[in-house]
Design a protein around this ligand. Structure first.
Ligand SMILES: Nc1ncnc2c1ncn2[C@@H]1O[C@H](COP(=O)(O)OP(=O)(O)O)[C@@H](O)[C@H]1O
Ligand SMILES: [Mg+2]
Length: 249
């Protein structure tokens, strides 16, 4: 598992894209050797049972981002040349920045849950909706960064639950205070879908081996005792919420 830890650190540190500003638009370009890095990244994602993959082909990546913007926002992203995209920037700030600045609010988590739910109802799942990939502008949240897709063997419910898990792991791993718990409760309470919540409860078990390495990277390397405790607290809450939502329906 030493290799896995090492791979995880490497993957956290590699840069695959460069984003710059051009006439008020964002130019997102894949770096040279980006595809090679992704090939290595996909080995890690496979070994750690991440359930997602990245696009080795630059063209496929461009198409996926383009189509994601079309599906979710009706546009806002154009393919530029062989290795870049031109993206219309949204206003707002990502949830990670808010968390670190101490300005993350319940309203923002509600907005994030509603936006994920809206995407999910369109049959769309993100694959990597960590806090930095969710922008909030007062009361509206938007997903960005469409570089991964879920493995096609997964059911829609499994993919939806995986999205919720990724966001929650980032929140519970990154918040040094106990604020994460109330914020997570708010987030989950807004998301309607007992089947997805039931699947999420099943997923809220600390994995072993390689998958644990993935969870460490997704939880900002929170210590294992703290991680276990937080996961279990969240699992109990999710189970109760699932039960409540199921009995209402
Ligand atoms: N649609 C967008 N609106 C506003 N900012 C964006 C948008 N897309 C990307 N960005 C900015 O560029 C950064 C990097 O883009 P992103 O698509 O997340 O790529 P990556 O995280 O893989 O480098 C984001 O963290 C965000 O600051
Ligand atoms: Mg990103």
């Amino acid at each position: 598992l030493f290799i896995a830890n090492w791979l995880a650190l490497l993957i956290d540190s590699v840069v695959i894209n460069r984003v710059s500003c051009v006439d008020g638009l964002l130019l997102k370009r894949r770096v040279k050797l980006g595809s090679l890095l992704i090939l290595g990244g996909n080995v890690f994602l496979r070994l750690t049972h991440s359930r997602i993959l990245m696009f080795v082909s630059t063209t496929e990546w461009q198409r996926w981002e383009y189509t994601s913007y079309q599906t979710l926002y009706g546009g806002g992203c154009e393919i530029r040349g062989r290795d870049a995209l031109l993206i219309q920037p949204f206003a707002g700030t990502n949830l990670k920045t808010h968390l670190e600045a101490g300005t993350l609010t319940h309203t923002m988590l509600e907005a994030a849950a509603l936006e994920l739910q809206r995407a999910h109802r369109l049959g769309f799942t993100h694959g990597d909706p960590h806090l930095e990939n969710v922008l909030v502008d007062t009361t509206r949240a938007r997903l960005i960064d469409f570089e991964t897709r879920h493995e096609s063997r997964l059911s829609l419910t499994e993919r939806q639950a995986d999205d919720l898990l990724v966001l929650l792991l980032d929140l519970l791993g990154r918040d040094p205070t106990m604020g994460w718990l109330d914020l997570s409760r708010t987030f989950l309470s807004v998301y309607e879908g007992p089947a997805v919540l039931a699947e999420l409860s099943r997923r809220l078990q600390l994995p072993r081996g390689w998958e644990l390495i993935l969870w460490k990277t997704r939880t900002n390397h929170l210590s294992q005792p703290a991680l276990s405790e937080r996961i279990e607290t969240l699992r109990l809450f999710t189970e109760r919420l699932t039960y409540r939502q199921s009995s209402i329906q």
